[in-house]
Design a protein around this ligand. Structure first.
Ligand code: PRP
Ligand code: URA
Length: 209
């Protein structure tokens, strides 16, 4: 599948294993999500445009490269995507942050939107959509639909664990959106949780269960 990037860096694989472990406590879980997001930011921003600038070092003048004026928006899907913001921001401090609130209705498994606040210049921004989990793909497809309806044109999806089904569903619905993830798991259980996955990312991040 084109446009799908699965990270295989040993540090990421190690951290994802720690994240999956049911004995990993809330503080450690939150720190791991932050660290993984920081590591992912490095690859996700690989194609950012550069411009040439003239500067002077203590030794003399030189022409070097700096990031061009590409606007970047980080958009976490509430709640669990919030855990990925600070790690990304530490590498991309100039990024603006928008929020989309979605939850999966536990009866129908359909995504329900309850909040959306995006930067004014979302149409001109490269949007990095953040959610640690891509399960059925319903929330991801809905979030990208909302973003496109509000003018976003260049969108990247960044998650930590995806299911094979979620990757397929997201890619089929939005083939223009590059998908980045640290692991792809084979199946979903009857409650649409990723197997083996890591459980409920929001609950583990915020200690709500
Ligand atoms: C989780 C997760 C994703 C969604 C993935 O959120 O953070 O947003 O499920 O599932 P899907 O691919 O099947 O749509 P959840 O709905 O549990 O909300 P929460 O973050 O508030 O816990
Ligand atoms: N949301 C989660 O937090 N975990 C899953 O496995 C699926 C959806």
């Amino acid at each position: 599948m084109s446009n799908v990037f699965i990270f295989d860096h040993p540090l990421m694989q190690h951290k994802v294993t720690l994240l999956r472990d049911k004995d990993t406590v809330q503080k450690e879980f939150r720190e791991l999500v932050e660290e993984l997001s920081m590591l992912m930011a490095y690859e996700v921003t690989r194609d950012l445009p550069l411009k040439e600038v003239d500067i002077v070092t203590p030794i003399g003048p030189t022409r070097q490269k700096k990031l061009a004026e590409q606007k970047i928006a980080l958009v976490p899907i509430l709640r669990a995507g919030l855990g990925m913001v600070s790690g990304m921001q530490s590498i991309i401090p100039q990024a603006r942050v928008g929020h989309i609130g979605l939850y999966r209705d536990h009866e129908t498994m359909e995504p329900v939107e309850y909040y959306c606040k995006l930067p004014d210049d979302i149409a001109e921004s490269e949007v990095i959509l953040l959610d640690p989990m891509l399960a059925t793909g319903g929330s991801g497809v809905a979030a990208i639909n909302f973003l496109k309806a509000r003018g976003a044109k260049k969108i990247k999806w960044v998650c930590i664990i995806a299911s094979e089904e979620g990757v397929r569903v997201l890619h089929d619905a939005h083939p223009d959106v590059a998908i980045f993830c640290a692991a792809v798991d084979p199946i979903l259980n009857e409650d649409c949780y990723i197997v083996p996955g890591l459980g409920d990312a929001g609950d583990r991040l915020f200690g709500t269960k």
